[in-house]
Design a protein around this ligand. Structure first.
Ligand code: UDP
Length: 374
């Protein structure tokens, strides 16, 4: 029987690891467990043929928050990778997210004014807050059909008219030549990989890590091991699905090892409905240095079912109603439940870090200086 801990933290992904580090620095002891045989959650990366490979899909770090950036920089050195997208449709490649280059490639326009006029002519007047209604109100139907509809339908397994607009609002639309995927001031990829960053974060005398431990098979023992429980897995599973199951989207990855340069960029999106994968990731481009070998991953969205990884919360109306009931229960209980799966939110890494830092600060009664601790 494990004892002497102040917290049992379930999940050694971003939420659990950041929380554990923050409270450890405040003198509290944490046992962190993960059902996988490795730490770092979906950020996990590993070297294959000299290339750092993101096993659970590409993770590009970006944030506006100086505290979050200072925090991660204590555990990893970041390179200057800034993501620029490409989308493939009918064997043609376009710049993405939509910017003046994209509109030049589709319509031949070459100034912001021409682009504005053209967009004003094609924008549809719509009502409702679905992904489809919002985006056709911004870019019209032709661009929607070219770049959004096929990709989104594959990615989420739903028609965009059944999805919330928040999914697409995360991507900028620009009427200039700036083709950056993210607007954030701080961006990059950990030079020695995400896994090393997590190893460094969890390397603290007040933290004990156990991988290959399933919380639900050891629940009684783990709940008894410390006065406080922190949980970053699926919130519906935590509460035994008593209000019903939440909907998630899963992914399947097909990875191949090759020589040379496969596509000349880290990510190419495939918007064509008939191509079964949504994107192809060539991991070595994240490192921004030469490597003779290359590792390429094809990403296939698939329905979630037990035994598969729940990557994305599908926040349709039904699931959000159910989630709110779980959230009320969580707020009334003693466990701290957060992260992408615990909050049932389409969070990026920096948002999860911010959330975990705030939760830890609330616990130990300190403010943001945790990010700057020695
Ligand atoms: N999207 C799209 N076409 C693209 C890329 C993205 O329609 O070429 C839409 C799609 O609905 C996707 C959403 O924008 O789920 C968010 O894209 P992002 O690249 O942020 O997805 P993530 O990297 O989180 O999977």
């Amino acid at each position: 029987m494990k004892a002497g801990f102040d917290y049992v933290v379930v999940g050694a992904g971003m939420y659990g690891s950041v929380f554990a580090r923050c409270i450890a620095e405040a003198g509290r002891r944490a046992l962190i467990v993960d059902c996988r045989n490795h730490i770092a959650g979906n950020c996990f990366s590993e070297k294959i043929d000299g290339v750092e490979v993101h096993r659970y899909g590409p993770h590009i770090f970006h944030t506006q928050d100086a505290d979050v950036w200072a925090f991660v920089n204590r555990f990893a050195k970041f390179n200057h990778y800034r993501h620029r997208g490409l989308v493939r449709q009918h064997n043609r490649l376009y710049s993405f997210p939509i910017n003046l280059m994209t509109l030049h490639q589709v319509w031949g326009v070459s100034t912001p004014l021409e682009a504005q006029r053209r967009l004003a002519a094609v924008r549809e007047t719509t009502s409702g807050d679905t992904l489809e209604s919002w985006i056709v109100g911004e870019i019209g139907r032709e661009l929607y059909e070219l770049f959004i509809r096929g990709y989104t339908t594959k990615q989420w397994g739903r028609d965009p008219s059944e999805l919330p607009s928040s999914i697409i609002k995360r991507i900028p639309i620009r009427l200039n030549w700036d083709d950056s995927y993210f607007d954030d001031k701080y961006q990059g990829i950990p030079i020695d990989g995400y896994t090393r960053m997590f190893e460094n974060m969890l390397d603290h005398p007040n933290i004990e890590v156990e991988t290959g431990v399933d919380f639900f098979s050891n629940r009684e023992e783990l709940e008894a091991a410390a006065p406080r429980l922190v949980y970053s897995g699926k919130i519906d599973e935590f509460f035994d699905y008593r209000f019903g199951e939440l909907d998630y989207r899963s992914l399947r990855f097909r990875t191949t090892r090759l020589s040379g340069d496969f596509q000349g960029a880290a990510i190419v999106n495939y918007a064509d409905r008939n191509v079964p994968y949504t994107r192809v990731v060539e991991h070595k481009h994240f490192a921004m240095r030469e490597n003779e070998r290359t590792v390429v991953t094809f990403e296939y969205p698939q329905p979630y079912q037990p035994g598969r990884e729940p990557f994305y919360p599908v926040r349709d109306w039904r699931s959000v109603q159910i989630y709110q009931r779980y959230r009320r229960l969580a707020d009334e209980g003693t466990a701290i439940i957060g992260g992408r799966l615990g909050s049932y939110q389409y969070f990026d890494m920096h948002q999860v870090i911010g959330q975990a830092m705030v939760a830890a600060e609330r616990e130990v009664g300190q403010k943001r200086q945790l990010s700057r601790a020695a």
